[in-house]
Write a protein that binds this ligand. Structure first.
Ligand SMILES: [Zn+2]
Length: 340
């Protein structure tokens, strides 16, 4: 087995992946046809071609607009998990979805959540991949809208729905804007995370930890601008869910050799590797490992650390975590032995 194949085949946990950004282009085209939604091109291979972040956001919104019925969510969720399993040996995912992207179009919260659960349950049966759900606050929403979203999510609570996160453009809307929504979620027993320091200063990580009560940080690259905040995150063992390809594309980094993940790892931070919006960035969870570890010359020890960080950062109970750690360690040992 060569190194690339090894990287694709190591067992993986994924903690930063947006459902709406995992829809296959062919499924997007198919759903658009079913719902009579016009697309910018009839060439499926070009649907996810875009030049700027604004064009990307337009396509993201258009994909979302084709998800209407419970079976649309089920189909896309099933395929999303299936792709993780077949392309990157995904074993467990905690997947974001953005409720207000759909509810503001008139889709009922129960339709969204039950559809997603139909899909992930079927995928677990067929592929053995467990998937859990994290509802995301959309940063450009008003605080009252976010709070209502959390209340609606809690009213539709299912065992698969375990957390609250936050996404959207970071710079104009700091985390503390949504303290209310996070308090309601915490009271309702949801685990807490947030996108932070993707595109804003280190104070946003401090606010997420201290004001919102977040347990993990999604992205977190700009934490490096503050030695104090970096040191605190290292000492407290905060896990960062990093996404190599999507951020390199969005921020115009020419390749992954200069990605901040390198300095985060060197600073002793606990990093996990994730695919963010895989189909829209023409990647997958296997490829993220291949490209990042290839570019930065990471060897098997570091790969093992990334993989097991994912297990340790996951919102599993102690029994499940211990079992997953044992399974992963055995699989990693076997794969390393097969490495040429
Ligand atoms: Zn993200």
């Amino acid at each position: 087995m060569n190194y690339e194949e090894y990287l694709r085949r190591v067992p993986k946990v994924e903690l930063h992946c947006h459902f709406e950004g995992t829809v296959r282009p062919a499924t997007f085209a198919d759903l658009a046809r079913q719902h009579d939604i016009a697309l910018p091109t009839s060439d499926v291979g070009k649907l996810y071609d875009y030049e700027t972040i604004y064009e990307f956001l337009k396509i993201f919104a258009m994909v979302s607009s084709t998800l209407i019925d419970r079976q649309d969510f089920a189909r896309a969720a099933y395929e999303s998990v299936a792709d993780g399993a077949t392309l990157g040996n995904l074993k467990y995912r905690e997947m974001f979805f953005n409720p207000t992207l759909h509810t503001r179009r008139g889709v009922a919260m129960a339709t969204i959540i039950d559809g997603l659960i139909d899909g992930i349950r079927e995928a677990e049966t067929d592929f053995g991949v467990r998937c859990r759900l994290i509802a995301d606050v959309y940063r450009q929403d008003e605080p009252a809208v976010a709070r209502q979203m959390v209340e609606d999510v809690l009213a539709c609570r299912r065992p698969e729905l375990i957390g609250l996160g936050m996404d959207g453009a970071e710079a104009p809307d700091p985390p503390e804007k949504f303290v209310d929504a996070y308090r309601v979620a915490a009271r309702g027993g949801l685990r807490l995370t947030s996108h932070a320091c993707e595109d804003a200063p280190p104070e946003n990580v401090t606010s997420c930890l201290d004001v919102l009560g977040c347990e993990r940080i999604d992205h977190g690259y700009h934490v490096l601008a503050s030695p104090e905040v970096t040191g605190r995150c290292r000492d407290e063992g905060i896990y960062f869910t990093c996404c190599p390809t999507s951020t390199a594309v969005v921020y115009g980094w020419p390749d992954l050799t200069g990605h901040p993940i390198k300095d985060m790892v060197a600073a002793g931070l606990q990093v996990t590797i994730n695919s963010d919006d895989p189909t829209m960035f023409h990647t997958d969870i296997g490829r993220e490992y291949v490209d990042l570890c290839g570019a930065l010359g990471y060897q098997v020890e570091q790969v093992r650390t990334f993989v097991l960080n994912g297990v340790d950062a996951a919102w599993l109970d102690d029994t499940d975590r211990a079992a997953m750690r044992a399974d992963f360690t055995k699989e990693l040992d076997e794969l390393e032995q097969q490495l040429a």
